[in-house]
Design a protein around this ligand. Structure first.
Ligand SMILES: C[S@@+](CC[C@H](N)C(=O)[O-])C[C@H]1O[C@@H](n2cnc3c(N)ncnc32)[C@H](O)[C@@H]1O
Ligand code: SF4
Ligand code: SF4
Length: 408
């Protein structure tokens, strides 16, 4: 606990106590979540006039434990020319986890590159579980069949999986033969050995080639078959470790609007009929066409004041894209947080003095009143329902989905 920041220490203590009490009751947890959302909205309203109200509140830590990967996705540079060969040593990650917990971080995401390649991943998970820091791993799932026993034993109960198409479409995109079959074997192994004790979320990547009903239906069927919750990631344009394809063929353009709107209509239908399986809010789903087509012109204040991102080379940033705070090979996390540079980064993120990407879109839409009104159709603007010509195409859910509580 950071006793030289008494107010922060008090806030962390209060939050931990509240979680302990609320943790026993689902309705109370929902009330607490709604209250937190209302406070977030109030903060954004007030901070529009007084930006200094935006202060660091690191709740979620994302760590790329390795830059190596066993796939070669067309839209990604990991495993090739991004932080080539970098990997975080176990000792650095254990100290990072300690510092994060003491600073009030509530959710740890371990990813990469491909995190299941890192030989010390189980030790990292075990340490986080021991100090009661909620943890999930984002993986391509290829090694799940071999690694799930050790990870489960270490305490891992939440996984999210990058999904890049079905069958040969997947194999072509990841540029490796037979890998979709391995991904499916991994999912099957987790369910056969551990049932629903492990919550799994599918991250369906919306890019130009996957923006169609057939691709969505295939992903949805997989989610139903293995009882996965369903989330979407949007093809990126500003993250240094992603690419848009050689001729930007993965990226959207204005002419793609009808396809995007149709896909989003289907997603909204799925959300309405399976609210627990689809985790994203309706308003956030409705905002997808604008995030994809407006790019940096989408001016919704950012909530990155709640984030910290760590790269495989030890670099620490406020968010996935920018605002460097230091490097773990020189400085501990605890000595980077809550300094002037951290505070300034948070305020610049809120004001979008940054490449302005679509990360964190759900919390951003929820806390920004004009966006919330616009995308929940309250102002009479429902670009999705009014444009959709297609009816629902997906069957009813057969099993209740566990909610992993992940932020993809
Ligand atoms: C960088 S990957 C690392 C973890 C793991 N190797 C995987 O593929 O899931 C983390 C997440 O990024 C998302 N992603 C992959 N390529 C992307 C791209 N070009 N643009 C935006 N998100 C992408 C996927 O949904 C994936 O779950
Ligand atoms: S998206 Fe994931 S699986 Fe694909 S190359 Fe990047 S890190 Fe590897
Ligand atoms: S909008 Fe800006 S601050 Fe927010 S995640 Fe993207 S680059 Fe970072």
């Amino acid at each position: 606990m950071e006793w030289h920041h008494p107010m922060r220490a008090l806030r962390v203590m209060i939050r931990n106590k509240a979680r302990h009490l609320f943790g026993k009751s689902e309705p109370l947890k929902r009330v607490a979540k709604r209250l937190d959302q209302q406070l977030g909205t109030a903060l954004h309203v007030a901070a529009a006039a007084v930006p200094a109200l935006i202060q660091p509140r690191p709740l979620r830590l994302t760590v790329a434990i390795t830059a190596q990967c066993n796939l070669r996705c067309i839209g990604c540079r990991y495993g090739r020319d991004f932080m080539r060969g970098s990997q975080l040593p176990l000792g650095v990650v254990l100290t990072l986890i300690e510092d994060a917990k003491a600073a009030g971080v509530e959710l740890l995401r371990l990813y990469g590159g491909e995190p299941l390649i890192h030989p010390d991943l189980p030790a990292m998970v075990r340490h986080a579980a021991r100090i009661k820091l909620s943890t999930y791993v984002t993986t391509n799932g290829i090694l799940l069949e071999q690694k799930i026993d050790e990870l489960f034993e270490a305490g891992l109960r939440n996984i999210s999986i990058g999904y890049y198409g079905e069958g040969s479409t997947y194999d072509r995109y990841v540029q490796r033969r037979g890998r979709y079959a391995r991904l499916e074997r991994g999912l099957e192994a987790v369910r056969r050995r551990y049932g629903n004790q492990v919550a799994i979320q599918l991250n369906f990547l919306i890019m130009r080639p996957s923006c169609n009903s057939q691709a969505l239906t295939a992903a949805w069927k997989l989610a139903e078959r293995y009882d996965l919750t369903f989330n979407t990631d949007l093809i990126h344009y500003s993250l240094p470790y992603f690419t848009e394809g050689v001729d930007r063929e993965l990226q959207f353009r204005e002419a793609d609007r009808p396809q995007i709107v149709d896909l989003v209509s289907e997603l909204m239908h799925l959300k309405r009929s399976h609210p627990h399986r689809v985790r994203e809010s309706l308003a956030s789903i409705a905002s997808i066409p604008d995030w994809l087509l407006k790019g940096p012109a989408m001016r919704v204040p950012c909530t990155a004041y709640e984030l910290i991102w760590v790269g495989a080379d030890g670099s620490v940033q406020l968010c996935y894209v920018t605002f460097k705070l230091g490097n773990l090979h020189q400085t501990r996390l605890r000595d980077m947080l809550f300094r002037d540079s951290h505070r300034e980064a948070c305020q610049n993120a809120f004001r979008l003095n940054c490449p302005n990407c679509h990360c964190e879109r759900d919390s951003r839409v929820q806390r920004d009143i004009p966006s919330r009104l616009r995308y929940s159709g309250i102002q009479g603007i429902d670009p999705i329902r009014s444009r959709s010509k297609r009816g629902p195409t997906h069957g009813e859910v057969s099993m209740p989905a566990r909610r992993p509580g992940l932020d993809a």
